[in-house]
Design a binder for this molecule. Structure first.
Ligand code: CP
Ligand code: NVA
Length: 301
């Protein structure tokens, strides 16, 4: 019996598989740039369940499936039975009968785990409260194309110990880099996820220390989706955690800046950093498309 592979966290793939995926993402990007048609997923269907908003994730999966000759169907709780209480287990079984692969963006990570348990086709995590692994594929692809291998490099995570931070911790394990995390008290990443990363990830006392000599500096919003009512409280807690020119000056002179977007200029990042020469956020956003096409091929072919 062939086991259905899912992509709920980066740890679902081995280092070797992730590295192959990065190589394939670069190939698919080159094929697309050459204008050649590459319809490896002709006739395949992706079901996309979005319980939270999205610009990049929806666009990249939908465009990616179209470019590969397949089709993507957008489903939201506002206009499906999911929003009226149909059990997640039943939805998983039904979508599996009609789609070849399912992508979900939701709140609790346990929900996507339960969904995957009942699905008969691959399930992709398109963001939960705990992880955002698809974004890491794009981030690592971007680092590779700008600077070469990320193995042995130092990455600074500055800000909330959130879903993106957790996926960076897992990326540090799989791609063998050192992650330094500067987060205010009360907003540290999950202790278990951090402990499981061993020497690959560590908390440091302040943002300058995290950034010192780092080859990549990364941040994310202070209030994630679902935390809107905490915005003011978080803005106070994170006031000293903005990635600005001082932080970038502490980093390696060749350091890159990344942000998964959407960004809030003047909050987690200063405008002159995100719009400055070290920022690669637009390549990073574009690479969602190429990296996820490689992921779809990996799961389906
Ligand atoms: N970075 C990211 O996942 O963006 P969206 O929320 O727009 O999909
Ligand atoms: N941490 C953010 C990422 C958005 C892509 C959120 O969960 O809202």
């Amino acid at each position: 019996m062939i086991m259905t592979r899912h992509f709920l966290t980066l740890l679902d793939l081995s280092t070797e598989e992730l590295r192959q995926l990065m190589a394939r993402a670069a190939e698919l990007k080159a094929i697309h740039a050459s204008g050649k048609l590459h319809e490896s997923l002709r006739g395949r269907i992706l079901a996309m369940v979005f319980e939270k908003s999205s610009t990049r994730t929806r666009m990249s999966f939908e465009a990616g499936m179209a470019q590969l000759g397949g089709h993507a169907i957008f489903l939201s709780p506002r206009d499906t039975q999911l929003g009226r209480g149909e059990p997640i287990e039943d939805t998983a079984r039904v979508l599996s009968r009609m789609a070849d692969v399912i992508m979900i963006r939701t709140y609790e990570h346990e929900k996507i785990e339960r969904f995957a348990e009942y699905a008969q086709v691959p399930v992709i995590n398109a963001l939960t409260d705990m992880y955002h692994p698809c974004q890491l594929l794009a981030d690592i692809q971007t680092y590779f194309e700008q600077r070469g291998d990320i193995q042995g490099k130092t990455v600074a995570w500055i800000g909330d110990g959130n879903n993106m931070c957790h996926s960076y911790i897992n990326a540090a394990r799989r791609f063998d880099f050192e992650l330094r995390i500067a987060a205010p008290r009360g907003y540290h990443p999950d202790a278990r996820i951090l402990a499981d990363a061993g020497e690959h990830a560590a908390l440091v006392d302040n943002p300058v220390e995290a950034a010192r000599g780092a080859e990549l500096v990364v941040t994310d919003v202070w209030a994630s989706m679902g935390q809107e009512e905490e915005q003011a409280k978080r803005a106070r807690a994170f006031a000293d955690y903005q990635v600005n020119a001082d932080i970038m000056a502490a980093a390696d002179p060749q350091a890159l800046f990344m942000h998964c977007l959407p960004a809030h200029r003047g909050e987690e990042v200063a405008a002159d950093v995100i719009d400055g020469p070290q920022s690669v956020v637009w390549d990073e956003a574009e690479n969602r498309l190429h990296a996820q096409k490689a992921l779809l091929e990996f799961l389906l072919l």
